[in-house]
Ligand binder design. Structure first.
Ligand code: PMP
Length: 459
């Protein structure tokens, strides 16, 4: 029983259009077209209200790492909801699921992370980081260290602070930016910005933008650098190998905090517990969400490394910050079960040694498609760049909407791929097998064929 009555697709669509405002959606446009109604899911497949089965190449929103339909996680939630559905951890209270999850996260995280602050989402995790960063520098006696440097085309969430921190043009245009002290530098997006530069040279060049910005602002005014190890929503932008070591050098040299937003890259996505390990990043703070509970219940948090934790725990005084659902017992219990399942089922090793190498090799072959200018992937995230001309990387006319066209054709063909402009991205569940990867890549290729044919028909 799901608690909702069965209706015909058009009835759902009509009610949906009347009442439900969707995230990141053109309401007018969707109202005319009608939503796709997803009714259930199993393993790596979702099912819609017309009875179609679709391979979920995005693991929901980069979160359902363990796949759909796991009874063990549902049962943990059920039992916890009966035992203690809710209690807060304000006012010197705590409860076993949050304590155990904090302990496990401390064990799984790289470097010296012994503390965690729980939130309900990735956006709240990043808001929390801003609060922690500012509190840290105040307690250190350097309150003028206020400015956080982030990157253009980064995504750090949809709260006002998350949107301010992120570098998404349309979000900035629509947001009254009330968070002062955030500066942006350009991103390490080689396909778009690299021109003829060798990727390694380009990586160094883009990393050094951080040093230039620090010097421009004055090193004594810079609090932190904030970045996703791989930009996800920006289009799966995988930095060249030279990028992160140089960023690390610069952060160390100027003593600024390094925050890794691992909302996407943690919990196996890159074949490690944390994506920072893949790139050799040594962050002071880590944001997480999504995969921590495999998306079964909402949970996020800020992992706090020794450098910051020593100061905020030793110096005393209240940290005036917290959410009703910080450490929600059922969410923590499910996350604990999800992470233990990842341990017991050796998901990290499977991704690192088997699934990701297979996916990376098969995905790379999409570069041979006539409208693909680049196919890139790392771990279990991948992107392909749709182009009109492979040699010059020239795009199709923006009005043609090649990316959204490809996305729609792909879903019609039985595969969820996401479009970021004319970049198509995937992030499949980590429990996929080789057969699923074959299906994903074959369907992606077919979607590109159909996209090419449909674009040609309009020219
Ligand atoms: N940071 C990153 C890197 C993300 O990808 C996202 C979500 N896509 C967020 C933060 C925000 O997380 P949430 O949607 O849970 O608030």
């Amino acid at each position: 029983m799901t608690g909702t009555a069965k209706k015909a697709t058009r009835d759902w669509q009509s009610l949906d259009a009347q009442h439900y405002l969707h995230p990141f959606t053109d309401f007018h446009d969707l109202g005319r077209k009608g939503s796709r109604i997803i009714t259930r899911a199993e393993g790596v497949y979702i099912h819609d209200s017309d009875g179609r089965r679709i391979l979920d190449g995005m693991a929901g929103l980069w979160c359902v790492n363990l796949g759909y339909g796991r009874r063990d996680l549902a049962e943990v939630a059920y039992r916890q909801l009966l035992e203690l559905p809710y209690y807060n951890s304000f006012f010197q209270c705590s409860h076993p699921p949050a304590i155990e999850l904090a302990d496990l996260l401390a064990e799984l995280s790289p470097g010296d992370f012994q503390h965690v602050f729980f939130t309900g989402s990735g956006s709240e995790a990043n808001d929390t980081q801003i609060r922690l960063i500012r509190r840290y520098w105040t307690l250190m006696g350097e309150p003028e260290r206020m400015t956080i440097i982030a990157r253009k085309n980064a995504y750090h969430g949809s709260t006002i602070a998350g949107a301010s921190l992120g570098g998404m043009g349309p979000m900035h245009e629509q947001t009254v930016l009330t968070v002062p002290g955030i500066a942006h530098i350009d991103q390490p997006y080689h396909f778009k910005l690299g021109g003829d530069l060798d990727p390694d040279e380009f990586g160094l060049q883009q990393a050094r933008l951080l040093e230039e910005k620090i010097l421009e602002l004055g090193p004594e005014k810079v609090a932190a650098f904030f970045a996703e190890p791989v930009q996800g929503a920006g289009g799966v932008i995988i930095p060249p190998d030279t990028y992160w070591p140089e960023i690390q050098r610069i952060c160390d040299e100027y003593g600024i905090l390094l925050v890794a937003d691992e909302v996407i890259t943690a919990f196996g996505r890159l074949g490690h517990w944390f994506g920072s390990e893949h790139f050799g990043i040594r962050p002071d703070l880590i944001s997480f969400a999504k995969g921590v509970s495999s998306g079964y219940l909402p949970l996020g948090g800020a992992l706090v490394g020794k450098r910051v934790a020593d100061v905020i725990t030793a110096k005393g005084g209240e940290f005036a910050h917290g959410y009703t659902y910080s450490g929600h017992p059922a969410c923590c219990a499910v996350a604990l079960a999800a992470l233990r399942a990842m341990q017991d089922e050796h998901i990290i090793e499977y991704v690192r040694d088997d699934l990701a190498p297979y996916f990376n090799a098969r995905w790379a072959a999409l570069a041979d498609h006539p409208i693909i200018g680049e196919a890139r992937s790392v771990g279990m995230v991948g992107a392909i760049e749709i182009v009109r001309d492979k040699s010059t990387r020239a795009r199709f006319d923006e009005d043609l909407g090649a990316g959204t066209r490809c996305r729609d054709l792909s879903v019609d063909g039985g595969l969820v791929m996401r479009a970021v402009g004319d970049t198509m991205i995937v992030s499949p569940p980590l429990v996929a097998d080789h057969g699923h990867i074959d299906e994903l890549v074959d369907k992606a290729w077919q979607s590109l064929d159909r996209t090419a044919a449909s674009l040609a028909a309009e020219n």
